[in-house]
Design a protein around this ligand. Structure first.
Ligand SMILES: Cc1cc2nc3c(=O)[nH]c(=O)nc-3n(C[C@H](O)[C@H](O)[C@H](O)COP(=O)(O)O)c2cc1C
Length: 215
């Protein structure tokens, strides 16, 4: 297939250094709210890139579950391929692409497990079958012989933990937070003259430096 004749002109918005807020969290939350208003499907789904000691990057979608004062939180299996990568290299990047708004946001920073108690309180809020699913998918990213093996494990666990019963929070499951060190906001413009504003955290005083990047 050849896509060399396919192109769109992006004309829905603009970003200017004079008008962006001092805090990138303010801008991120505003963009996320607009994405929700515009009915972007799951705007909180993000591509998460990690790289372990083998120096081979891996990327996959995870769901953003919280924006804190310092970063962004998602939940996963700590013994998954991504969990292994993170244990070897605590740097990660997350990417959001909201086509309907012609926007992209890139977040990079260090990544670490969140407090186990916070993970447990989120796990306990999840629907029963998702809780059981987390137990079935252990170790996440491990090879399984076939679907029947997974389903048999699911049924067995449902017998052990029927609906309305308390499903224990697995030790191998929980949240990670990417503490934001750098965040780039990209707004598509006409003629490939896109707007890119990058916020970089100043280590000394926690302020943010804002720079425009060439598109
Ligand atoms: C829309 C969508 C949302 C997803 N959300 C999550 C999530 O929040 N946490 C998670 O562990 N995997 C999630 N996944 C599955 C991951 O993309 C991936 O398959 C899984 O985490 C295993 O990745 P790994 O082998 O790199 O560790 C999601 C996939 C999609 C398509």
């Amino acid at each position: 297939m050849d896509f060399t004749d396919q192109r769109l002109s992006y004309e829905k918005g603009e970003l200017d250094k004079a008008s962006v807020p001092k805090s990138p969290f303010e801008l991120f939350n505003a963009w996320m709210s607009e994405a929700l208003e515009e009915k972007v499907q799951e705007p909180y789904a993000m591509s998460l890139a990690t790289c372990g000691a083998d120096m081979k990057p891996s990327v996959r979608i995870v769901l953003l579950r919280e924006v804190t004062d310092s970063g962004i939180v998602f939940y996963t299996n700590y013994e998954s391929a991504k969990g292994q990568d993170i244990s070897e290299n605590p740097n990660a990047e997350a990417l959001f692409f909201w086509h309907e708004l012609e926007r992209q946001v890139r977040i990079s920073g260090s990544i670490a497990k969140i407090d186990a108690q916070k993970s447990a309180s989120y796990f306990q809020k999840r629907p029963h079958d998702s809780q059981v699913g987390a137990w079935v998918s252990q170790p996440q990213s491990g090879v399984v012989e076939n679907r029947e093996v997974m389903e048999a494990k699911f049924d067995e666990l449902v017998k052990q933990f029927p609906k309305e019963s308390n499903v224990p929070t697995p030790e191998f499951w929980g949240g990670y937070e990417i503490t934001i060190e750098k965040i780039e906001f990209w707004q598509g413009r006409a003629n490939r003259m896109h707007d890119r504003m990058v916020y970089s955290k100043n280590d000394q005083d926690s302020s943010w430096q804002i720079d425009r990047l060439l598109p």
